[in-house]
Design a protein around this ligand. Structure first.
Ligand SMILES: [Zn+2]
Ligand SMILES: [Zn+2]
Length: 147
C-alpha cells in the first residue's frame, strides 16, 4: 500500500467535496479532518465528540450527513464492528482487505490475499459464479495485545 501523507488525503477530500458541489462549512471541515487522519474506525458518536473539540457548535445531524456524503463519494466506508453498529473508516485504495482492532478500533488495510483457492472451492461446491468478496479480520493491534 502506498503511503499518502495525511494532509494530502485531507486536501484531496476537500477537493472532491467541493468538486461535487458540496459546501465545506467549518463543522463539515472538522469531520473531514478527523476522518481523513484517523487510523481508527470511528463510530458517529466518537466523531461527534472529537469534532466538538475542533468546532464546538457541531451537531450530530451534521456528523451523519457529512459521513453520508463522504461515503457517497467513496472517501469513507462503513466497517463492521462485532460489538454492533457501524463504524466509519477512510476507504481503501482499490481492492484491499481490512483488519480491525476490537479494543481500540485501529484499522489497517492489507492487500495480497491468497483466497482464490477458497473462492474456487466455494464456487465449485455451490455452483455460484463468485464475483466479489469482502474480507475483514478482527483482533488486537500490537499496542492492545501487550496490555
Ligand atoms: Zn488496539
Ligand atoms: Zn481480495
Amino acid at each position: 500500500m502506498t503511503e499518502t501523507t495525511t494532509s494530502n488525503t485531507y486536501d484531496q477530500w476537500l477537493e472532491s467535496l467541493s468538486e461535487s458541489g458540496y459546501r465545506v462549512t467549518a463543522p463539515r471541515r472538522a469531520i473531514v479532518e478527523i476522518m481523513a487522519n484517523s487510523p481508527c474506525a470511528l463510530g458517529p458518536l466518537e466523531i461527534y465528540d472529537q469534532g466538538r473539540q475542533e468546532y464546538r457548535g457541531l451537531g450530530l445531524v451534521t456528523v451523519y450527513r457529512t459521513l453520508e456524503k463522504l461515503e457517497e463519494l467513496g472517501l469513507v466506508q462503513r466497517v463492521h464492528h462485532p460489538q454492533g453498529c457501524h463504524m466509519y473508516l477512510r476507504a481503501a485504495h482499490g481492492h484491499e482487505h481490512l483488519v480491525l482492532c476490537t479494543a481500540c478500533g485501529k484499522a489497517e488495510y492489507f492487500s495480497g490475499d491468497d483466497i482464490s483457492k477458497l473462492i474456487n472451492a466455494v464456487a465449485e461446491k455451490t455452483g455460484f459464479e463468485i464475483r466479489e468478496h469482502w474480507l475483514q479480520l478482527f483482533g488486537l493491534c500490537s499496542a492492545c495485545k501487550n496490555n
